[in-house]
Ligand binder design. Structure first.
Ligand SMILES: [Zn+2]
Length: 91
């Protein structure tokens, strides 16, 4: 569902390998959880915490899509105040 590849934002990023609908859980590449995702102030995914996960029977620390993501699109998270932001909207 995801792969690691060169990112226009910074270094390497995590990319969807197929069209994926909003609210899907992102399976991290090679066992990663949060590592490898680039920051965006307009992210397409977020980290889901344990209280929500209990209802979904998913282990702690997963990433969930906020909107539909197309194959090849980079999956980004908002890590909070992060300057300078290097997402496409800010550069
Ligand atoms: Zn930005």
């Amino acid at each position: 569902m995801t792969r690691v590849g060169p990112s226009a934002i910074h270094g390497q990023g995590v990319f969807a390998t197929r069209d994926t609908p909003a609210h899907a859980f992102v399976r991290p590449p090679r066992g990663r959880v949060f590592r490898g995702y680039n920051h965006s102030c307009a992210p397409n995914a977020r980290i889901v915490f344990s209280a929500e996960l209990a209802a979904h029977s998913v282990r702690r620390g997963v990433v969930r899509l906020l909107r539909d993501v197309s194959a090849g699109e980079e999956i980004t998270l908002a890590y909070g105040p992060f300057r300078p932001c290097r997402c496409p909207r800010c550069v």
